[in-house]
Design a protein around this ligand. Structure first.
Ligand SMILES: [Cu+2]
Length: 458
């Protein structure tokens, strides 16, 4: 339960749902059920006493969406791209358990297929939506379609300014929707995915096939950016919220004014790599996370002591050596928090926060200082759930902590999160009102030191 990733988010995005949307509508404890969601028929802000109603996922968005700011596409396709190893995942895990780093991946897949294995047929003149997610283990990927432009329309649940790109950088764990029109001569074209910021550039291709195609692809695929950081940073800064469109969910209160609210707390989060007891580990502000024997949300619910230590993580890096701990940072419910991801390492990082979407207010090279706030976009930054941090650079986010719970903040790099680059934000209130958090599900799995406890009678 503590180490879920990828799949459910992809599914939520492909359903037009989103963590933020779920937050407004669903049970806050254990809200990641894959088949059914507890959905209140009204906002929890306006109705705290009505019991949750069970709906199928597909129904849960019906009637609640804001208008979509583009015409219905002729087709809507999910494109899952990611780096790939020929080794079995159990072998990769054994490498990490043995205290070593992962090797370089063997290739890239598109929807599980190798070179030219993914095939998308389109009709000339029609417009299609692609929902692209990077589901790989570490590498940032550049996505492009030969001779076709892509219009960005959505990022992790936020409708964006509809900017046109010839290629798009997708970092691990991130999702984008683009529209493209089959406006080229009737032929086949390469769909191209290449690795970013790697000295050896991995690549793969799929096929965009026009139904009236007069010929197969041939020759080299079009090139794209490889190690250029500025290109990627400039593209990231160009991704803005479409302020006249709202999102695919009703506008959360105040989110248009995110830049005018004073933050109440600043956390500076710095990753590091090192050895602990002769084994490779990764950490945040000197703590390398180790999972407890009992799920932390369950421990918190039953007030079981000794599972985690409250406030066992420093607010900012202090230069100490890496050590192992079950790191939890308690933050007051409804606090408005600024988190700065400071990356002093020479690789790109990708960070994800469960339970929230956050405003990516700024990113730039070097060390963050309070003067860096002058660079923030306080007007139309995009709200999303996964952000990149460039090498030797920082990224700053704002989050209204209006979702009670125990939420994982982690690197999206599989090896790094497995070896400790993560912690939990405990968004806490002593209120027991259903207005603030729905009750524990009856069928919650009680394990570890919670074995034998009861959830609730009904
Ligand atoms: Cu999440």
């Amino acid at each position: 339960m503590e180490f879920n990733r990828g799949e459910i988010h992809t599914r939520m995005v492909s359903l037009g749902l989103h963590a933020r949307f779920l937050r407004e509508r669903t049970s806050h404890i254990f809200s990641k059920s894959r088949t059914r969601l507890e959905v209140s028929t009204t906002s929890r802000l306006s109705d705290s006493t009505r019991p949750p109603v069970l709906l199928e996922e597909s129904e849960s968005s019906a009637g609640l969406e804001s208008p979509v700011p583009f015409d219905d596409p002729a087709g809507d396709y999910t494109i899952l791209i990611g780096d790939w190893y020929l080794s079995n995942h159990t072998d990769l895990k054994a490498v990490l358990d043995g205290g070593r780093k992962l090797p370089f991946p063997d290739g890239i897949l598109i929807n599980g297929r190798g070179r030219n294995g993914y095939y998308l047929t389109v009709e000339q003149g029609k417009t299609y939506r692609l929902r692209i997610s990077n589901v790989g283990l570490q590498n940032s990927l550049n996505f492009r379609i030969q001779n076709h432009k892509m219009k960005l329309v959505e990022v992790e649940g936020t409708h964006t300014l509809q900017t046109t790109y010839s290629s798009l950088d997708v970092h691990v764990g991130q999702s984008y929707s683009v529209l493209f029109t089959a406006d080229q001569p009737g032929l086949d074209y390469y769909i191209v995915v290449t690795s970013r910021f790697t000295s050896t550039v991995l690549n793969t291709t799929g096929i965009l096939h026009y139904s009236n195609s007069a010929g197969a692809v041939s020759g080299p695929f079009p090139g794209g950016p490889t190690i250029e950081v500025d290109w990627s940073l400039n593209q990231a800064r160009s991704i803005r919220t479409n302020l006249t469109a709202s999102g695919p969910r009703p506008n959360p209160q105040g989110s248009y004014h995110y830049g005018m609210i004073n933050t109440t707390r600043t956390l500076i989060v710095a990753s590091s790599a090192g050895q602990v007891n002769g084994k490779q580990r990764y950490g945040v502000n000197s703590v390398s996370f180790i999972a407890p024997d009992t799920p932390m949300k369950i421990a918190d619910y039953f007030k079981i002591q000794g599972v985690f230590k409250e406030n066992s993580l420093a607010d900012r890096p202090y230069g100490g050596g890496l050590y192992l701990d079950t790191a939890v940072l308690t933050v007051a419910y409804r606090a408005y928090v600024e988190i700065v991801f400071q990356n002093d390492e020479d690789i790109l990082q990708s960070w994800h926060l469960d339970g929230y979407s956050f405003f990516v207010v700024g990113m730039d090279g070097g060390q963050w200082t309070t003067a860096s706030r002058n660079l923030y976009n306080l007007r139309d930054a995009v709200a999303r759930c996964t952000t990149q941090v460039y090498p030797k650079a920082w990224t700053a986010i704002y989050i209204p902590l209006d979702n009670v719970g125990m939420w994982n903040l982690r690197t999206e790099f599989w090896a790094r999160q497995y070896l400790g680059q993560q912690f939990y934000l405990r968004v806490y209130t002593d209120s027991t009102s259903l207005r603030d958090e729905y009750p524990i599900p009856k069928n919650a799995l009680l394990c570890g030191r919670a074995s034998g406890r009861r959830t609730r009678p009904l």
